[in-house]
Design a protein. Structure first.
Lengths: 330, 311
């Protein structure tokens, strides 16, 4: 059974729908990357799992099951027992997630004592262990530092320490390294991967960087305009991305491995922008799609299984690949 | 003669009682029509260097020459004709556009300040530039918030381009954009360079983008250039341990090509002065010599330079 199952989740804001019928699941201990451009709904999906949506957002339909618990049916006090203990979240900018006037030690012990009956002293000892765990040097001294004393990478490590303090089964990392330099990014993602293994956590890694996905995730779900358009294992995905949007994204990226230079290669573009489909029926990628047919502009394609553990929401691709695999998947 | 020649440039900021040496003795040239990439991590001084060259931040020492003229200490009036020759594109096109001005006002102001053409000629130029950067023809009477991120960056490019500069300093021009939009903007910059013979100083933290876009690459660390080479040489044969670490940290989009563990530890700390090589505390190959003696940028042949005792 999956650790997390998100089933046909739709999230609406006044005037627009941010997430549309999104379904995916995460097995215990695995890393699923949720990928897409700004505004595609990936962060809103994460906030739905945490039940931390902005006050004007509304879950219009769907279910979220974590470890067998229906999160959407929990009361707010019940949900507070789940956050931190079963699922926790780290965000892009650690400076704005940390309290600038409290020492990092106080902020970590607050999390621990919220969920476990521990004395101050024991909680402080645990906090030092956690700082060691996330490889902050001199943990027993740094514990009394304030966030502004730490570098960006160190702050993100503190956030990770707080997030794993109560051994959650799922860690949601929302663009955890986007604000960090590339050498620091590698250190932080290696740390997350190591903790995932040691603590047996699953990770929902939200990112726009396909290089990060290729190196640190087990599976990928690609989101476009609020919908999941492709889901696959990492190796099959990068060997052969199926959805025209996935292909476009990989093509538009400056490839680290290939010897590309502007004097000899032109980057392939995805024309237009996400807003191109505003107000139109059918597949929201159709206005930018190189293979769109007239049928694409009539009905929204559903995510259909193409092979085992591989699904794509594109009728043109599916027809080209010889039809869907078995019965409709969802 | 180089279009831009920077010699031993220093820029200092006061940080409380301390002095922060953001740019600490940088020399390089940009040729006519050449694209020079400047790459480094946040806080290394790359943006300050760009702004110092454009005289938006005062320099402490050294000289800046544009077309052979020393512009380091020119007053605002004498500087004006030179400002036309070098323009800037910023990272955040929303933060750099006045939300209460229409695109027409934004672009027309540049022409008016430099007294270029009468109303009819200016209108023709506005129409031309809008079409050239790929914006819809009705854009002129709209406001910045009506555009997407990619379109706003096109407005930033139009504003830089409308004065027909010889050099554009691009400060992280695609970092705030989504991947699919990045490619559109990079392709546009390449087309404009070919069409107008532009030279770019392309500042970015992203080595893969710099490597694609630049003819020559400068790697900056803690206020200094630590390596410079043609794009092909740098990729084939990086010599400074910092450059090597930057390459090694780039995640490959090929999952079968697993990355090695990061070769350097820690982060760039800009608040303390270091003796010896600025990189020695993070360098996997540092020796006693590195801790005592600061390496100077030295030639390695074929225009390749590195500031490492062991390069």
């Amino acid at each position: 059974m999956s650790l997390l199952t998100v089933d046909r989740l739709s999230v609406a804001f006044p005037g627009h729908t941010a997430v549309r019928e999104a379904s995916f699941s995460i097995a215990a201990g695995e890393t699923l990357a949720l990928v897409g451009e700004s505004g595609c709904g990936k962060s809103i999906t994460a906030f739905s799992v945490m039940r931390l949506l902005p006050s004007n957002a509304r879950i219009a339909s769907g279910r979220i099951l974590l470890d067998g618990i229906d999160l959407l049916s929990l009361s707010e006090p019940e949900m507070r027992e789940v956050r931190g203990a079963k699922v926790s979240l780290i965000q892009q900018e650690p400076m704005t997630s940390l309290n600038p006037v409290l020492s990092i030690g106080l902020q970590i012990t607050e999390v621990i004592r919220r969920h476990e009956r521990l004395s101050r002293k024991a909680a402080r000892a645990r906090a030092i262990e956690l700082l060691d765990l996330v490889r902050i040097p001199d943990a027993h001294r740094r514990i009394d530092d304030h966030p502004h004393n730490l570098s960006g990478g160190m702050r993100q490590r503190v956030m990770i320490a707080m997030a794993v303090a109560c051994r959650p089964k799922l860690l949601i990392a929302d663009e955890p390294t986007t604000a960090l330099d590339v050498t620091t990014q590698a250190q932080v993602l290696d740390l997350l991967d190591d903790l995932r293994r040691r603590l047996g956590m699953a990770v929902l890694l939200i990112t726009h960087d396909l290089g990060v996905v290729a190196q640190w995730a087990d599976r990928i779900a690609v989101m476009y305009a609020g919908r999941i358009v492709e889901e696959a294992g990492i190796e099959p995905f990068f060997a052969q991305p199926m959805h025209p949007y996935s292909r476009g994204l990989l093509g538009a990226r400056v490839d680290v491995d290939a010897d590309e230079h502007y004097s000899t290669n032109r980057l392939s573009e995805i024309p237009g922008s996400v807003g191109s489909a505003a107000g139109e029926a059918g597949c929201s990628f159709a206005p930018r799609c190189p293979v769109a047919e007239s049928a694409c502009r009539q009905a929204v394609p559903s995510l259909l299984a193409l092979q085992d553990d591989r699904a794509v929401a594109c009728p043109v691709t599916i027809a080209h690949e010889g039809g869907p695999h078995g019965a409709a998947r969802r | 003669m180089a279009l831009l020649a920077v010699r031993d440039l220093h820029t200092r900021y006061a940080a409380g009682k301390q002095v922060l040496r953001a740019v600490d003795g940088v020399s390089f040239e940009v040729g006519q029509g050449e694209t020079v990439g400047l790459v480094g991590e946040s806080g290394c001084g790359k943006s300050t260097l760009g702004k110092t060259i454009l005289r938006l931040v005062p320099s402490a020492e050294g000289s800046i020459e544009l077309d052979g003229a020393n512009i380091t200490h020119l007053g605002e009036g004498a500087m004006a004709p030179h400002r036309r020759r070098m323009q800037m594109i910023f990272q955040d096109p929303f933060g750099s556009l006045n939300p209460r001005q229409t695109i027409r006002t934004v672009l027309d102001t540049a022409l008016k300040v430099h007294r270029l053409g009468n109303a009819t000629e200016r209108e023709r130029q506005l129409q031309e530039i809008i079409a050239r950067v790929g914006l819809p023809s009705d854009s002129l009477d709209r406001y910045p918030h009506e555009f997407s991120g990619g379109q706003r960056q096109r407005i930033g490019i139009a504003r830089a381009l409308i004065l027909h500069p010889a050099l554009i300093v691009c400060d992280e021009p695609v970092s705030a954009l989504d991947v699919s939009i990045q490619a559109q903007i990079l392709n546009l910059l390449v087309d404009l360079k070919r069409e107008f013979g532009l030279a770019y100083l392309f500042i970015s933290h992203d080595l893969s983008v710099v490597r694609y876009f630049a003819d020559r690459v400068l790697v900056m660390y803690f206020g200094r250039i630590v390596e410079s080479a043609s794009h092909a040489t740098l990729w084939r044969d990086p010599r400074h341990p910092y450059t090597k670490a930057l390459f090694a940290a780039l995640p490959s989009a090929d999952p079968t090509h697993k990355r090695a563990a990061p070769p350097i530890k820690g982060e760039l700390v800009t608040t303390q002065q270091v003796r010896g090589c600025r990189f020695h505390s993070r360098c996997p190959a540092a020796t006693d010599r590195c801790r005592a003696e600061e390496p100077q940028l030295r030639p390695l042949g074929e225009g390749h330079h590195a500031a490492c005792h062991y390069a």
